[in-house]
Structure formats: C-alpha cells, structure tokens
Ligand binder design. Structure first.
Ligand SMILES: Cc1ncc(COP(=O)(O)O)c(C=O)c1O
Length: 451
C-alpha cells in the first residue's frame, strides 16, 4: 500500500535555500507573478517520491503538507504513474464537452457511489477547486432562480470572481478588487475554540445556537430573506481559515434550514475530501446529513489538475450549453482520479484515520508540554495546531507560528500555516507512524527553539 523509500529522516546538506534553489527563486522573482501567497521559507522541489521531496541541492524534506492537501497518494505513487503513462500513450485530450470517452461516465458513476448526497447524482468536471465552486454557484442560481448566497467568515473557496465573493479567510484575497460579483452575506463560523463574540472557547451547543440564531433571527429577518437565498456554502472542516471542524449539531441544523427554505446546501470538500479526514468525505462524519451539491478538487487527482461538482441529478437540470469547459474532465486527469479513489478505498482512507489519530495524540502531548499551543483539532490527517502567547490569555501568536514554520523547514520538515496563527498538518495519506515520530521530534525541537 505504502510506497516507501529507505529514508528515515530528512537530509539537509546545504544552507537553505541552497545555491541551485536560489537561482530558481531569483528567476521566479523576475518572471513569475508576485501574487502567489508563498510562506517565509522557500522550498524548491526538484523531484519527489512518497513523503520525501528532494530539492535541486539534494536536500531531502519530509512532506507533511502534500502540495497543500493535493498529493493524497503521496508523490509519484507507482500505480498513479503507471496508469498515467498508459493513458498518455492512448488518449490525452478530446474535449468531453463536445465528444465522448469512457472516463467521464466511469468517474461520474464512481462519485455517484461514494459522495454523501441522497439519490442519484450527476457530475460536472472542471480543472480546479475554484472552478468546481463556480459550477456549484451557477447551478444553484439556475436551479433555484435565486441570487443570494450565505458564506462563512474564515472560509476559502478560491480566487476567481464568483468564488472570491464567498472567500473571506484573509484581507489580501479581497484587497484591490472592490465590489464583489455575487450577492453574498458572511456569517461567523461555528468555532468552539474562539466564539465570534469574545474570541474565547465555548461549547458546541452554545456556538451552534448562536450561529443558527444569527441566520434565522437576524439575516432572514433583515438583509437576506430566505426565499431569495440560492445556497449556503459550507466547509465541514474549515481549511484555509484554520482547520476548524464544525460541530455535528450545527451541520444538522444547517441542513434543516436549507430543507425548510428550499436552499441548496453546497458542501465544499475541496480540501477536506478524498480521505483527508479519515473518512472519504468530511460530511461522512455527520451521520444522516447529506449535501445537495458537493465540490471536489485537490486530493481527487493525486496532483493532476481536476475539479468536480457533484449534484443531485434532479438539481443538475440546466440546458445544453449552460456550463462547460474545454479541459475540464480531461482523460489524463480523470485516469488519475479513478486510480486515486481505488487506492483510497484500498487502504489509504483507513491509514489517514489510523495514522492521523496517532499524529493527533502526539500533537496533544506537545500541547501539554508547551504553554504556547492553545488548541489541537481536526479529523484524520487534517489537523490544526493553534499557537497562542499563553494558555491563560489565549491571545493569538501569529509571529511565533511563522517562526516555528521556518524552524521546521530548516530541519527538513514541510508544514504550512493556515488562519492567522495555526499550523496545518495535511500530509500525504500514505504517511506512516515512523514518519510521524520523525515529524513530531522535529516539530518539538522547532517549537523549543522558537520560544
Ligand atoms: C476549501 C477550498 N475550496 C476551494 C479552493 C480553491 O481551489 P483551487 O486553488 O484549486 O482553485 C481551496 C483551495 O485551497 C480550498 O481549500
């Protein structure tokens, strides 16, 4: 199941970044857009295998980020590589919007079997998470003949104009783009570690009540009549906003509100889907709650660009020509997705649950050891560690978080921040307990050095 290499620990041979990496970083600064939100540390990849990334200077890093939750099966999984090699020798492109090939109905059928949506589904294929979201927004508007959406503070759904109207995890994403394309109202996310009213910990019942009241007693009675709302867009585990899982009661209540008002429940599983949370989808942790529309991307294609919007078949009732994409559902990307799902079902979802739990236990041990870890949370291999100045004040510590992130890099561990002061763990789902031991030791040293 797990493509291993003999390697046990990162190997850092040069100063970081090394001389060959620096050349690439300099060329990048000259020719590539400065808008990418890269972290303080600079990792240049030359090649990668399993959980190990090698840079051009032959430094080897342990990857606990997976290209931002994308390389679900690890880097260059041999079975993915083999399937792709075969596919590129047979058919690279034909444009599924105008012609047919077997991969589209095959993946559509597979998604129909596994997504948490009641009844038959249909799928629209795209190239990215943002495109899958655009599809969901257009579909919800078309189907309901309504125009308003409800989204959450801290959410991230992409940077294309429709998706950007929903996105709100950082000011930089909106700054300079003035008015938004869509009519979206934002509400607080049900974060039990930081109640929106006072930034302090609360319990699931309280935060559920307060956010649900916000919707029903405030929004619906004032700015946002429910009969004008096309959809509520939810990350069941908020990703870029800080790896925050929503309480079960909250998700159930949201479903009730959608049912009572003819609103589409659009679940964004772009980051949380495809085994990341220890179940195939984050919504699978919420028994009995189903979505109307689900958006997928990231881990779906093991690194090949793919997005998918899966909806109840009766909702996907739009006319010919209403929405399509030249590259969306390209046979090479679909081959990667079909093989990825096979690998997930044959052990990687289970590994995500089991090794994720082991990682979470280790992170909780560090929480006991360090006053600067305020919260450890998440599901499976989607775990967040929130840094604070001290456990008494629980004041956010974004600079400390950045320092720790950098110190990990210097020791050969790749992790990435999310939210203002959280470190996310989103490793390849092939990560082993031995890898976790190594990663936790580095994380421990990095925290100690950064204080
Ligand atoms: C939850 C979620 N939705 C949508 C997106 C946008 O995906 P993409 O960057 O592929 O457009 C992301 C990307 O981080 C995401 O995390």
């Amino acid at each position: 199941m797990t493509p291993t290499t003999e390697l046990q620990k990162p190997i850092i041979k040069t100063e970081l970044p090394g001389p060959k990496s620096r050349e690439i970083i300099e060329a990048d600064a000259q020719y590539v857009t400065p808008s990418y939100p890269r972290p303080d540390y600079k990792l240049v990849a030359d090649h990668a295998q399993g959980v190990w990334i090698t840079d051009p200077d032959e430094n080897v890093f342990l990857d606990c980020n997976a290209g931002v939750a994308v390389c679900s099966t690890g880097h260059c999984h041999p079975e993915i590589v083999k399937a792709l090699q075969k596919q590129v020798s047979e058919l690279i492109h034909l444009c599924g919007t105008d012609f047919y090939y077997r991969h589209m109905p095959q993946l559509g059928k597979k998604l129909n079997e596994i997504v948490p949506i009641d009844g038959p589904t249909k799928t629209h294929f795209a190239n990215s998470g943002a495109e899958a979201i655009e599809t969901a927004l257009k579909l919800a508007m078309y189907h309901t003949r309504r125009q308003k959406f409800i989204s959450f503070f801290g959410s991230f759904h992409g940077r294309t104009l429709g998706a950007l109207s929903l996105t709100s995890s950082k000011k930089a994403q909106r700054l300079g783009f003035m008015r938004q394309a869509l009519d979206v109202v934002h509400i607080p996310y049900p974060n039990t570690f930081r109640h929106f009213a006072n930034e302090l910990p609360t319990d699931e019942a309280t935060i559920t009540r307060d956010v649900i009241n916000w919707i029903e007693k405030r929004l619906f009675q004032t700015t946002t009549p429910p009969e004008e709302v096309a959809g509520i867009v939810l990350e069941v585990v908020q990703g870029e906003g800080g790896y925050v899982p929503a309480p079960k009661a909250f998700v159930k209540e949201l479903r009730r509100i959608c049912d009572e008002n003819g609103i589409m429940l659009i679940v964004d599983e772009v980051q949380s889907g495809m085994g990341r949370t220890g179940k195939m989808f984050a919504l699978d942790h919420h028994e009995g709650v189903k979505a109307d529309i689900i958006c997928l991307a990231k881990g779906l294609g093991s690194g090949m660009p793919i997005g998918a919007c899966v909806a109840r078949a009766d909702i996907m009732d739009w006319h010919k020509g209403a929405h399509a994409s030249t590259f969306g559902g390209n046979p090479v990307a679909l081959t990667a997705a079909l093989k990825t799902i096979e690998l997930l079902e044959n052990g990687l979802v289970e590994n995500s649950r089991e090794v994720g739990e082991y990682l979470e236990t280790g992170l909780n041990r560090l929480k006991e050891k360090y006053d600067c870890i305020g919260d450890v949370r998440g599901l499976g291999m989607m775990l967040g560690v929130e840094f604070v100045t001290d456990k008494k004040s629980l004041e956010a510590a974004p600079e400390l978080r950045d320092k720790i992130e950098y110190a990990c890099y210097e020791r050969g561990l790749i992790i990435l921040g999310c939210g203002s002061n959280t470190i996310r763990w989103s490793p390849p789902l092939i990560l082993s307990k031995e890898n976790v031991d190594v990663a936790l030791q580095i994380f421990d040293e990095a925290i100690a050095e950064s204080l």
